[in-house]
Ligand binder design. Structure first.
Ligand code: COA
Length: 268
């Protein structure tokens, strides 16, 4: 049964349906730009998604047909992102969002239609898996605006698509169509617009039905593998692997295999 979660703002909507949480960036007047209102509500929502055991997988998407997210709200830049003092406050809000994304242990899927620009692309990079419709368009327009891109925003892009593709995206600021994004490894899959909901729904369902402790251990291991050896938290990965082996779900997985039926995992 679908239940709504109140995020405190209509610009950030969240619902939970049979283990699948859907987060919607909803700022229709600005092509789902990441407004201050969304930025303030996002960390609490991400913490809630992590804490609630019923949430097995998180889908993030933009409202409507035009955009996943058009980037940071440019109309705020004059007041909030110009003087060094204002920028420090602005950047701290983004840092808090980054920390909350990094602390979210559940698998995240980005469902991308239309424009996925700037901070929208950075947000999509917080997902573990990106599924794009064939109308999706990707860009980092910073060089057209003259603003400085921080390392925290560049690093995930380079990690995913490599320095040469990141250079072309950042230096030209041009738009890349979905097929180019796929070729660069920016998205996992491109599907026709009409198939997007089914593709994302099937993917989310298949993950939500799997053993949550195994998925969490894999997510932690993947995160560790992306880091340099000195920054890897392998103790946490080991603890999660051990928790999976000691879980009731491990016994259920074996029993379901023996009974030739689908497993019913509890996450414990
Ligand atoms: N911040 C604030 N407002 C934005 C916005 C953003 N990131 N993106 C779009 N908007 C607003 C526009 O100002 C416009 O407002 P208006 O109706 O009051 O004039 C409205 O959303 C619709 O945008 P418009 O440009 O008319 O629509 P479009 O379909 O022709 O183009 C975009 C859509 C997203 C390609 C275009 O708006 C754009 O390039 N936006 C800026 C993207 C950007 O540079 N992001 C990086 C920020 S660091």
């Amino acid at each position: 049964m679908r239940a709504a979660h109140d995020t405190g703002t209509e610009m950030l909507r969240c619902s939970l349906d049979d283990g699948v949480a859907t987060v919607i960036f909803d700022n229709p007047d600005k092509r789902n730009a990441l407004s201050g209102e969304i930025r303030r509500a996002l960390p609490d929502l991400l913490r809630w998604l992590d804490e609630v055991s019923e949430v097995r997988v998180v889908v993030i998407t933009g409202a409507g047909e035009q955009a996943f997210m058009s980037g940071a709200d440019i109309s705020e830049f004059g007041d909030q992102r110009t003087s060094p003092e204002a920028r420090a406050t602005y950047d701290e809000a983004f840092d808090e969002i980054d920390r909350a994304w990094a602390a979210l242990t559940k698998p995240i899927i980005a469902r991308i239609r239309g424009y996925c620009l700037g901070a929208g692309l950075v947000t999509a990079l917080r997902a573990d898996i990106r599924i794009a419709a064939d109308d999706a368009a990707f860009a980092v327009p910073a060089a057209r605006l003259g603003l400085g891109l921080r390392f925290a925003n560049v690093e995930p892009l380079v990690g995913l698509i490599g320095g040469a593709h990141a250079s072309e995206m950042l230096f030209t600021a041009r738009r890349f169509v979905a097929a180019e994004a796929l070729a660069m490894g920016l998205v996992n899959r491109v599907v026709p617009v009409a198939d997007l909901d089914a593709a994302v729904g099937d993917l989310a369902r298949s993950i939500a039905d799997n053993a949550p402790l195994t998925v969490a251990a894999s997510k932690a291991a993947i995160d560790a593998a992306r880091r340099s050896p000195v920054d890897r938290d392998l103790a946490t990965v080991e603890a999660l692997v051990e928790a999976a082996f000691r879980s009731e779900d491990y016994l259920e997985g074996q029993a379901a295999f023996a009974d030739k039926r689908s497993p019913r995992f509890q996450g414990r």
